[in-house]
Each structure stands twice: as C-alpha cells, then as structure tokens.
Design a protein around this ligand. Structure first.
Ligand SMILES: [Zn+2]
Ligand SMILES: [Zn+2]
Length: 124
C-alpha cells in the first residue's frame, strides 16, 4: 500500500479514520491510534482553534495600555478602561483599579511629603 498523500512512498500504516495509507511523514499518533495528517487536524487542531476563536477576545488587550494608569494614574486608568472594556472587561477594570490605587498612593505620598516639609521647614 502507498501513502494516500505521497503516492511514491510506501505506507507504514493506515489511518483509523479514513483508511488511507500513511507514510512515516504523514503518520500522526493520537493516543494509541494512527491518523493521517488531515484527519488528525480535523479531529484535534480544528476544534482547539474553534475553541480559541469562540472565547471572548480576552487577553487581546495590548500590554502597553498598562502604561496609561501608571503614568496618568486615574485619568489613564479611565481612558484604558473606556477603550478596552468591550475587548477585555476584566483587564480593563484592573487598569481602572490600578489607576485609582496609584492616584491614592500619589495623594498619600504628597500628604506625607507636605507634612515632612511642614515639620522640617518650620522656622524655629
Ligand atoms: Zn485519515
Ligand atoms: Zn505521506
């Protein structure tokens, strides 16, 4: 028997799905069974691809958006959230939260700094 995809090559086995001969190159082992390449793709690769495509486009948000809340605090977080909330609601919300947290941290830092200046710069 010849390979169903390489007519000049001898088959080493046959596909359990379509029965075509498969050569050493086309032979694909899935579990204990031998499949030809197209059958293996149809059974395993394609459903996996479909699952990825069906998933909400989560994780497609560019990591560069994280710079927005970091540099612009609450404003950047708000912008990042507005732009990305439809694409990836969870990441967008985290960016907004990061922006708010950083804003709070900045305010705290300024209050502490102002307090230190007030104490140390006292004229007496
Ligand atoms: Zn096959
Ligand atoms: Zn082949």
């Amino acid at each position: 028997m010849k390979c169903g995809y390489h007519p000049e090559v001898d088959a080493v086995a046959s596909c359990v799905n379509c029965g075509k001969g498969v050569c050493i190159l086309c032979k694909t082992l899935l579990g204990e069974k031998i499949y030809c390449q197209p059958c293996a793709d149809a059974i395993f690769v394609k459903p996996a691809e479909r699952r990825v495509a069906e998933r909400p486009v989560e994780g497609r948000v560019s990591g560069a958006w994280w710079l927005m809340p970091i540099f612009l605090t609450w404003l950047g977080g708000l912008i990042a959230w507005l732009v990305n909330k439809d694409t990836d609601p969870r990441t967008a919300r985290n960016m907004l939260i990061l922006g708010i947290v950083l804003t709070a941290a900045w305010i705290l830092l300024w209050v502490v700094w102002a307090a230190c200046v007030a104490v140390f710069a006292a004229p007496y």
